[in-house]
Design a protein around this ligand. Structure first.
Ligand code: NDP
Length: 274
């Protein structure tokens, strides 16, 4: 069990979306949460509101997680200000949402920098302290597209497949080292935060567009229970079983499910394309 009352937590991208809501759930349980975000105003506003609600507290930190030196510097500031980190939630993420041939070089690089490479920088900065203190938890917010490639998500899905491989390799390394540090990877279908504004689900009963508050609460509970993997909704996990189908049947089934048209009306948010 990971005890959240009194734990020091970092949530990257904690200024908005499910990051902010996960931070809220942890403050509600008595954690001290360091809200890391690109946007200083979003981090400050979230920290102020969460601290007001208590019983834990939240502190704002500005950090671009793609900048390795900045991550190490922010980790030091966090250890000094909030306290030695027990739980790292790798949540910051971006999406481009376009055909592969239309993606700019900057978009492809940014997707991998934020969704994949940043996982290495934050974990390298914070895992040694957890190992030393013999307690800790690393959470990776991956995606349903960590299991299945999706039209118009070629950079995003690949970066999230990599996030899944990151989590799994980290988990087995920790196991091999006899470390008490735990990991949780989360694979959600689309969430109604604005990041994927405009996306559609063809069968909302089977694959609903998820409520952000519900996702955040499920993640916080999965961390408390030391659950290694969380699929939201659980039907997302069937993506592993679909791999046993011949490829033509696999592709047809995904077409039938509407997966490869889900991005047709994607709008997203401005920050996703910078
Ligand atoms: P949001 O856009 O609301 O949140 C993403 C957060 O990450 C923002 O606060 C953003 O800051 C921050 N961020 C982006 N780049 C950086 C960076 N370089 N350094 C620091 N912070 C950064 O999206 P969600 O809450 O929906 O997404 C959270 C996570 O969940 C992501 O990893 C996403 O890929 C994943 N996910 C989301 C799904 C969805 O449908 N929404 C589905 C499956 C997974 P700013 O706003 O200032 O740019």
């Amino acid at each position: 069990m990971t005890q959240l009352a009194g734990a020091n937590v970092v949530v990257t991208g904690g200024g908005s979306g499910i990051g902010r809501l996960m931070a809220a759930g942890m403050v509600e349980r008595g954690s001290r949460v360091a809200i890391w975000d690109l946007d200083p105003a979003a981090a400050a506003e979230a920290a102020e509101e969460l601290t007001r609600r208590g019983p834990g507290r939240a502190d704002p930190y500005t950090c671009d997680v793609t900048d390795r030196a900045a991550v190490f510097e922010a980790a030091e500031r966090t250890a000094a200000g909030t306290g030695p980190v027990d739980v790292l939630v790798n949540n910051a993420g971006v999406v481009s949402g376009n055909w592969l041939t239309e993606l700019t070089e900057a978009q492809v690089r940014r997707t991998f920098e934020v969704n994949t490479l940043a996982l290495y920088w934050t974990t390298q900065a914070m895992l040694p302290g957890m190992t030393e203190r013999r307690r800790g938890h690393v959470v990776t917010i991956a995606s349903a597209s960590s299991l299945v490639g999706v039209a118009k998500l070629s950079d995003y899905a690949a970066s999230k497949w990599a996030a899944m491989g990151f989590d799994e390799s980290l988990r087995v390394e920790l196991r091999r080292q006899g470390s008490p540090v735990r990991t949780t990877v989360v694979c959600p279908f689309y969430i109604d935060t604005g990041m994927f504004r405009g996306v559609k689900s063809r069968f909302p009963k089977l694959l609903p567009i998820l409520e952000p508050g519900y996702v955040a609460e499920r993640v916080v509970r999965a961390v408390e229970a030391d659950r290694s993997r969380l699929y939201l909704p659980p039907t997302v996990g069937l993506g592993h079983l679909m791999r046993f189908l011949p490829i033509a049947a696999f592709d047809r089934l995904n077409d039938e499910l509407g997966v490869n048209r889900s991005m047709d009306d994607f709008v997203g948010r401005a920050s996703a394309t910078r």
